[in-house]
Design a protein around this ligand. Sequence first.
Ligand code: UTP
Length: 288
Amino acid sequence: MSRIRKAVFPVAGLGTRFLPATKAIPKEMLPVVDRPVIQHVFDEARSAGIEHFIFVTGRNKGVIEDHFDIAFELDRTLKDRNRASDLAELARDLPMAGTTSFTRQQEPLGLGHAVWCARDLVGDEPFAVLLPDMLHQSPTPCLKSMMDAQAEYGGNFIGVYAVPEDETHRYGIVDVGTGPKSALPIRQMVEKPPQGTAPSNLAISGRYILSPKIFDLLGSQTRGAGGEIQLTDAMVALQQSEPFFAHVFDGRVHDTGTKLGFLTANIAYALDHAELGGELRAALRQLL
Ligand code: UTP
């Protein structure tokens, strides 16, 4: 497999678990501390070395495209007010011109369908997929260590993390053979196994490196669970012909698509924040 240059961000979902906050605002634009969730995930991909960023958006998601563009009037006002550090921060967050693409998933037919919508933009090369509502908090970006492992072993990679044994029924779970934690051979993937039947406690975390062969499989796939085109079904089919590895992520995973996960992410990131951490700690002590 060749070097991973492109990443797909599926951002067309409706975010129904976070209503009413997500009625008019995409859940990817909700802030974790002072940056939208999507910016955190974009930063992870950029610092991993990704060169092209493909967003699969939908209706009411135009603000994501605006976020990754220059806000001319805002820049002008900040310049007039000598707000150099704010200007520098906005410039740092911006993708380089010509490195983003936006395409629309016309109907929310599932994650697999959203990834399939990026097929022409990805072309015939292996690529990364990052689910923007899943924040991976760690000193080394999760995608970076996955890309390093993929360069060493080749094949398809799925990011996984350890979840409590009694919660495995809520997640996609992988059954793995023996190997290094960075590349455990996957024997089987099971979507939300009934309680007590999970083959491991390693849950799929929302980071993938996939071969472009996945697109043909997604294109010919019938709808699976929930009437949606499931990415997992296509990965199971691809596993017949290509190796899949699980990459165990050691940091914290926050599902910001749920209210509790979003709140926890905000507290965890704010506690790590150089300016906010100390005062937040004191405020939390008072509250509790
Ligand atoms: P989720 O199931 O977590 O997102 O999909 P959702 O559908 O927005 O959330 P709920 O369940 O209604 O609260 C994981 C990721 O896949 C994207 C979502 O935007 C999210 O980032 N997705 C999901 C799509 O792009 N298209 C879809 O049809 C479904």
